[in-house]
Design a protein. Structure first.
Lengths: 348, 153
């Protein structure tokens, strides 16, 4: 038997991650696939490269255990004949990652619960098989053609690289590192729960709001991260409580297992559903209720002169507009925020 | 040779799952005791989710046999009874994806296991210590565990 050649063809670039580039591919058996290419680094000597290859191969074998409907399937592992490249051939997720939806704005609570349910189901499966993800963030949650969310990019991350999140290149996700990891402890199921909590916070509030309000790594170090989180006013109290319970600084106080988080998610409110958009200085909400559409606009470009207004109008455009609440004159942003929290709480 | 069993008790909005190691001559060793709640909101979607969770839990715990209390007719049946029966069907199907499922009626348990009624064993605090070991069993999980104890006899 001669050398065996794969009929895999590599297509267009999809994205870049820690470990190399991801391309679309075409596989004779699996059809459209995602191909992650891990190349030999310029500084790698033969021993280092051999060690990396051996580690990657071992990891590919471990990934077999992780097969699950909410985990991206790894079909196979290939080394090219130049000995310069490793390829992971994986399921292609048509819906892409949640990085773009996160950047686009807050995700509504009904969609968010579906994402959370899928994400936790995949994470529970990894933990049940004594595996950790170690890199949960919006960009590593992928959606298939049916809209099901799957965990991707797991099993390749080591504790050494997780610690590397503190480096300037990865600073954007430094708050995904649990306090105990920052203090030098190894990763654990509870550090995955922390990162999942931060991910849920990000997705519920969107990038614009997160970047403006996240207390960041200093608060993680100080053990004050969960207390200092600021939420969009429509995010219900039960969601806030659950996510805070995933972000307690002492691992002994944090949600102990993914099962515990799942139990909390099952009871979360998924109504009313507001579509929210966050722009610089302005937040808007909209929802349909019966024959009417409700709107809320919060102007917050000046922290001392904030205003908000809520009204409803007929969805078909025929009929009267009705005021639902708002400010008579500009007020402090903090006061407006409190009023908005109360307003959303009263909506049914 | 030991086997891993799971007892499941289903009500209208949750399933209680008790996993145990069964080995002849030893008390039943409880290894996991947890509850899966039905998601609030759309019931059809919630059934799909609980199906996935139960089938995962059976697989993760490497369970060989699952024992589920069968639906029973009662006078004055209400919607809640029918919804519990719906959920029981979903759970039975889910458990069957990787284990053998046995549905067990209360009458069967009483006849083959002891002289008292099912509920009497559940309430009797002195009954439990000699029959089980392992992780702490919540009192609310006793009906699920009793299915396993009954299955041994």
């Amino acid at each position: 038997m001669g050398n065996l050649l794969s009929k895999l063809t590599i297509g267009s670039f999809v994205g870049a991650g820690h470990f190399g580039h991801v391309h679309e591919g075409d596989d004779p058996v699996h059809g459209k696939v995602a191909v992650k290419q891990i190349g030999r680094k310029a500084g790698d000597d033969d021993a280092q490269w051999d060690a990396r290859k051996a580690g990657a191969q071992e990891e590919a074998q471990n990934l077999k255990k992780a097969q699950h409907r909410n985990v991206v399937t790894v079909h196979h592992y290939v080394e090219d004949d130049t000995d310069e490249l490793i390829l992971y051939v994986m399921e292609f997720c048509e819906g892409g990652s949640l990085a773009k939806p996160y950047e686009a704005g807050p995700i509504s609570i009904d969609e968010m619960r579906s994402i959370a349910t899928d994400c936790l189901s995949g994470l529970c499966h990894l933990h049940a098989n004594q595996m950790l993800h170690r890199d949960i963030k919006p960009g590593n949650l992928l959606r298939d053609a049916r809209g099901r969310t799957k965990l991707g990019d797991f099993g390749l991350v080591t504790d050494r690289i997780v610690q590397g999140y503190g480096s300037p290149g990865d600073y954007a996700y430094s708050d995904h590192m649990a306090p105990e990891v920052l203090q030098g402890s190894p990763t654990s199921p509870k550090t995955d729960i922390w990162a999942t909590g931060v991910t849920f916070y990000r997705l519920l509030n969107g990038k614009e709001w997160h970047d403006e309000h996240s207390p960041g790594m200093p608060a993680v170090f100080a053990g004050k991260f969960a207390d200092k989180l600021r939420w969009l006013p429509h995010v219900p109290a039960d969601w806030r409580r659950l996510i805070r319970s995933m972000l307690r600084p002492d691992p002994a106080d944090r949600c102990q297992t993914v099962h515990a988080v799942e139990k909390g998610v099952a009871a979360l409110s998924v109504y009313p559903v507001w579509d929210c958009a966050v722009n610089t200085g302005r937040v808007t909400w909209r929802r349909k209720k019966g024959t009417r559409t409700h709107h809320v606009v919060w102007e917050r470009s000046d922290a001392k002169r904030s205003t908000w207004r809520a009204w409803s109008e007929p969805t078909n455009g025929v009929g009267n507009t009705r005021a639902m609440g708002g400010t008579a004159k500009p007020i402090a942003e903090k006061t407006a925020y409190g009023q908005l929290v109360k307003f959303f709480l009263e909506q049914t | 040779m030991s086997r891993r069993w799971m007892g499941i008790a289903v009500s209208g909005a949750k399933a209680v799952l008790v996993t145990a190691v069964e080995e002849a001559g030893k008390p039943l060793e409880i290894v996991a005791d947890d509850t899966i709640d039905l998601h609030s909101g759309d019931r059809a979607e919630a059934y799909k989710i609980i199906h996935d969770k139960v089938s995962d839990r059976v697989a993760h715990n490497k369970v060989n046999d699952v024992f589920i209390k069968a639906s029973a007719w009662t006078s004055g049946m209400k919607l809640a009874h029918l919804e519990a029966a719906e959920l029981r069907g979903v759970v039975i199907a889910a458990a069957g994806t990787s284990a053998k499922v046995h549905t067990v009626s209360s009458a069967q348990i009483t006849k083959t296991f002891g002289k008292r009624k099912f509920e009497d064993y559940v309430k009797d605090d002195s009954f439990w210590p000699p029959n089980i070991s392992g992780v702490k069993l919540r009192s609310g999980s006793r009906p699920a565990a009793l299915l396993l104890i009954a299955a041994r006899d």
